[in-house]
Design a binder for this molecule. Structure first.
Ligand code: NAD
Ligand code: UFG
Length: 343
């Protein structure tokens, strides 16, 4: 039998870093939540922690978004008002080594998902896109009309999905689709009970710094200090993962008004360098972060930060937390659970 609630949301990839924070915000705003995740890059303990934080329960289905049988069954069982689609693979280097796998999970997985949604007449979708679709941007800040130019298979998979969803909307304008281009999500829930928990060596700056601070790694490699930035290191727009999750709630409200396909950057509009991040994390943790400067990482832009005005004007959303708070919250999680969910 179908559930009665009009506010049941399907969260694909909900056990992951951003998805678990999203589940907290959804449950705390009165939604019912069903998570579909194959746990390929997450741990079910994240969902137990979500239930502890919120004192509410959610439904977890372990499975692959490419599995049509599971999708059909899910849409027959529940009356979803919307789907928040986080499930996917996200490591740039790995995408270069295994492009077919990336296109299969990220692109084919989304095709399977929207097919099942259409069959169930559930036509409200929020998709996790990325600032990576802007490639090496020429102008700062980056607005939604800046040219797109993905430069690796991961980025191309995001851009392909954006194009698929635009075509879908053009073919049937009763869809309500939000493409959210995240800048650099970092930090953790203030409880310190959920956070980023990379299975392998972290690719990204903040989880690497955090693992150095907690003693899991000896030192950070700073990828280049000869960029044309104030201190020579790369500049990024770090955004607190809770601010990011709140942006999704605003996007859902925006979609509720009228059918549309909307594109929004989710960033703070502020750029911080690698050295700024190291210094902020040292202050938050009281620990020294040893580092050495090494060669630039191939494919890195010198600077990337958002023009967040469109999200502000159209969604009524704006990031609240600053870099100090992002580091303080990341450190609370990392110091509570030095080995992440394996502790
Ligand atoms: P994550 O790896 O922590 O979460 C993704 C989740 O999807 C994981 O729980 C994983 O187990 C699940 N998953 C992967 N393949 C699946 C499949 N075939 N079927 C079902 N579940 C599957 O990553 P995240 O940082 O939370 O990212 C969430 C989304 O946001 C991704 O689509 C990512 O590309 C996008 N994004 C992330 C960042 C970032 O820096 N974290 C930036 C921009 C965009
Ligand atoms: N950096 C280091 N050392 C590290 C890791 C990173 O110096 O060990 C530097 C990078 O060179 C860059 C900055 O820290 O200047 C941020 O790097 P991240 O890897 O944390 O973030 P990116 O902006 O390079 O990429 C991330 C995701 C991409 C996504 C992009 C935009 O990894 O998937 O943000 O959303 F596309």
């Amino acid at each position: 039998m179908k559930g009665n609630s009009q506010k049941t949301i399907l969260v694909t990839g909900g056990a992951g870093y951003i998805g678990s924070h999203m589940c907290v915000e959804l449950l705390q705003t009165g939604h019912q939540v069903v998570v579909l995740d194959d746990l390929s890059n997450s741990n079910p303990k994240s969902l137990q922690a979500v239930e502890r934080i919120t004192q509410k329960t959610l439904t977890f289905v372990e499975g692959d978004i490419r599995d049509t049988r599971i999708l059909t069954n899910l849409f027959e069982t529940h009356n979803f008002s919307a789907v928040l689609h986080f499930a996917g693979l996200k490591a740039v280097g790995e995408s270069v080594e295994h492009p077919v796998q990336y296109y299969d999970v990220n692109v084919n997985g989304t095709l399977k998902l929207v097919d099942a949604m259409a069959a169930a007449a559930c036509k409200t979708l929020v998709f996790s896109s990325s600032a990576t679709v802007y490639g090496i941007p020429e102008q700062m800040p980056i607005s939604e009309c800046s040219p797109t130019a993905a430069i690796n298979p991961y980025g191309r998979s995001k851009l392909m999905v954006e194009e698929v969803l635009r075509d879908l909307y053009a073919s049937d304008p009763t869809w309500r689709i939000s493409l959210l281009r995240y800048f650099n999500p970092v930090g953790a829930h203030a409880s310190g009970e959920i956070g980023e928990d990379p299975h392998d060596v972290p690719n990204n700056l903040m989880p690497f710094i955090s693992q150095v601070a907690v003693g899991r790694r000896d030192q950070l490699n700073v990828f280049g200090d000869d960029y044309g930035t104030p201190d020579g290191t790369g500049v990024r727009d770090y955004i607190h993962v809770v601010d990011l999750a709140k942006g999704h709630l605003k996007a859902l409200q925006h979609l509720a008004d009228t059918p549309k396909l909307a594109i929004h950057n989710l960033g703070t509009g502020n750029g911080y360098s690698v050295m700024d991040a190291i210094n902020a994390f040292e202050r938050a943790s009281g620990r020294k972060i040893p580092y050495q400067v090494v060669e630039r990482r191939a494919g890195d832009a010198a600077t990337s930060y958002a023009d967040p005005r469109k999200a502000n004007q159209e969604l009524g959303w704006q990031a609240e937390y600053d870099l100090e708070r992002m580091c303080a919250d990341a450190w609370r999680w990392q110091s509570n659970y030095p080995n992440g969910f394996r502790d």
